[in-house]
Design a protein around this ligand. Structure first.
Ligand code: ADP
Ligand code: ZN
Length: 215
């Protein structure tokens, strides 16, 4: 299966990808995770993108598109199946993705749109906590780790993303509405859009999608 996950910050793309990954056995590619890893390792790319990420602005298209292009040419993702999470985020990125996939002869199958309401988004983002080591997701108070501040999966340290504060969340929502929302129409026109109510619990969303895919 070859798909992209669309939806505002906090719609649950990462959580859902974690669930679907097990069920479908396909790769999960999150540009946000890749960029944060670069920042953690203080690489030139990490230093370049830091200011955008911390203020909630988009990293320039060429930078992320290059990253995705490299991933696809170096791996057999297109053959094995994948979920893209956080990419594309602009119409330009969506068009470039089509070109990359066209070269490989494996077009996208679905664009899954996680539709969610603002109050739910804010609650999810302000409560979100992440493992610094393995990226596992937690939520205060909905899904706290068993031991405070420590990851259940790997014992790593749990932290709150610098961009998960109310002011930056607002910027991210504005950026989403302006730059990312238009690509929903782009995929609708291609007949690839699948909408799902993402205010529901992520396990329920997963069940709905599995049915939709006929998997
Ligand atoms: P969320 O979905 O919670 O907003 P992500 O982890 O997907 O967060 O992304 C975090 C940040 O990384 C974004 O706010 C942006 O600065 C940067 N980023 C990630 N993917 C892209 C992309 N495709 N294009 C531009 N910037 C991106
Ligand atoms: Zn962990």
């Amino acid at each position: 299966m070859r798909l992209v996950l669309l939806g505002p910050p906090g719609a649950g793309k990462g959580t859902l990808a974690g669930l679907l990954k097990e069920k479908l056995g396909i790769a999960h590619i999150s540009t946000g995770d890749i960029l944060r890893e670069e920042m953690k390792n203080n690489t030139p790319l990490g230093r370049e993108v830091k200011k955008y990420i911390e203020t909630g602005e988009l990293v320039p298209d060429q930078v992320v598109t290059k990253l995705i292009d490299n991933k696809f040419t170096r791996n057999d993702l297109a053959d094995k199946g994948y979920m893209l999470d956080g990419f594309p985020r602009t119409e330009q990125q969506a068009k470039d993705l089509d070109k990359i996939l066209q070269k490989l002869g494996k077009p996208l199958e679905y664009a899954v749109y996680l539709e969610s309401s603002l109050p739910v988004i804010i609650k999810r983002l302000t409560g979100r906590r992440v493992c610094r080591n393995c990226g596992a997701l937690y939520h205060i108070p909905n899904k706290p780790p068993k031991r405070k501040g420590i990851c259940d999966e790997c014992g790593g340290e749990i932290y709150q993303r610098a961009d998960d504060n109310e002011e930056t969340i607002k910027t991210r929502m504005d950026v989403y509405m302006q730059s990312t929302e238009p690509i929903i129409a782009f995929y609708q026109a291609q007949g690839k859009l699948k909408k799902v109510d993402a205010d529901k619990d992520s396990r329920e969303v997963q069940r709905i999608l599995m049915k939709l895919f006929g998997a």
